[in-house]
Design a protein around this ligand. Structure first.
Ligand SMILES: Cc1cc2nc3c(=O)[nH]c(=O)nc-3n(C[C@H](O)[C@H](O)[C@H](O)COP(=O)(O)O)c2cc1C
Length: 190
C-alpha cells in the first residue's frame, strides 16, 4: 500500500469483529513500531500484547471507571454516550510502555523527559499505518490510569504505559474525521 494512501485512509476504529489476529500479523505490526526513530536510538518502548479475554475485560473495567471519572470531572456531555466496549471486542490490545530513563539528552533540559514519549508516539503511529496496510482497524487509546494499568499488566513501576493500541478487523465502515487546512497550521519563514 502506498504510504500516503495509508496515512490518508487510516481512521480510528471503535468497533471490532471478534476474528482473531494471527501472531505473524501482530509481529509485523510490532516490527513496524520498532523502526520508529528515537533519541540516540535508545528505543524506549516495550510492548505488552493482550489477547486474553479476561485481561481485556479488566482493561475495559478500568477504562469505564476512568470514563465516569472524566465525565464527572469535565462535565463533557459527549462522554455520556462514549462507550469503551471496543476494549472487550478488539481481539488484540497492545500496551505501549515507555522507559523515561531512555529519553536522550532532554533528561537534562528544563522541559523534562519528553523524548521517550515522542519516540513511543512515533512507534504507535507506525503500528497504526502497518495495521491499516494489513487490513486491520486500530485505535490509539489513553483513557486509563497508569497505576491501575501497571497492576493489570504487571508493568514495572519505573516504566510508563503510554498507549493502548486496539487491533482487529473493523466491524463497520468508519466515519472520516476532517482535518484543518495545512495553510492554517503552517508558518513559513523564507
Ligand atoms: C495521544 C492520543 C490519544 C488518544 N486517546 C484516545 C482515547 O482515549 N479514546 C479514543 O477513542 N480515541 C483516542 N484517540 C484517537 C483520536 O480521537 C483520533 O485520532 C482523532 O479523533 C482523529 O480521528 P482519526 O484517528 O479517525 O483520524 C487518541 C489519539 C491520540 C493521538
Amino acid at each position: 500500500m502506498d504510504l500516503f494512501a495509508a496515512m490518508r485512509e487510516r481512521r480510528s476504529c471503535r468497533a471490532y469483529l471478534p476474528d482473531p489476529v494471527g501472531d505473524d500479523v501482530i509481529e509485523k505490526v510490532l516490527e513496524a513500531a520498532t523502526w520508529a526513530p528515537s533519541p540516540l536510538n535508545m528505543q524506549p518502548w516495550e510492548f505488552f500484547v493482550v489477547t486474553d479475554a479476561a485481561v481485556r475485560e479488566r482493561i475495559f473495567d478500568e477504562a469505564e471507571r476512568c470514563r465516569l471519572w472524566a465525565l464527572e470531572k469535565s462535565g463533557w456531555k459527549w462522554l455520556d454516550s462514549y462507550r469503551v466496549d471496543f476494549l472487550k471486542q478488539a481481539p488484540v490490545i497492545v500496551a505501549v510502555v515507555g522507559d523515561p530513563g531512555k529519553t536522550g539528552v532532554d533528561m537534562f533540559m528544563e522541559e523534562g523527559n519528553m523524548g521517550y514519549q515522542a519516540a513511543c508516539a512515533a512507534a504507535v503511529q507506525n503500528m497504526h499505518l502497518a495495521a491499516h496496510s494489513l487490513g486491520l482497524g486500530s485505535l490509539w487509546f489513553t483513557l486509563f490510569d497508569k497505576k491501575a494499568l501497571r497492576g493489570i499488566l504487571g508493568i514495572d513501576g519505573a516504566k510508563v504505559p503510554l498507549a493502548l493500541v486496539c487491533l482487529g478487523k473493523p466491524a463497520s465502515d468508519i466515519r472520516e474525521i476532517p482535518r484543518k487546512a495545512v495553510k492554517d497550521k503552517t508558518t513559513y519563514l523564507r
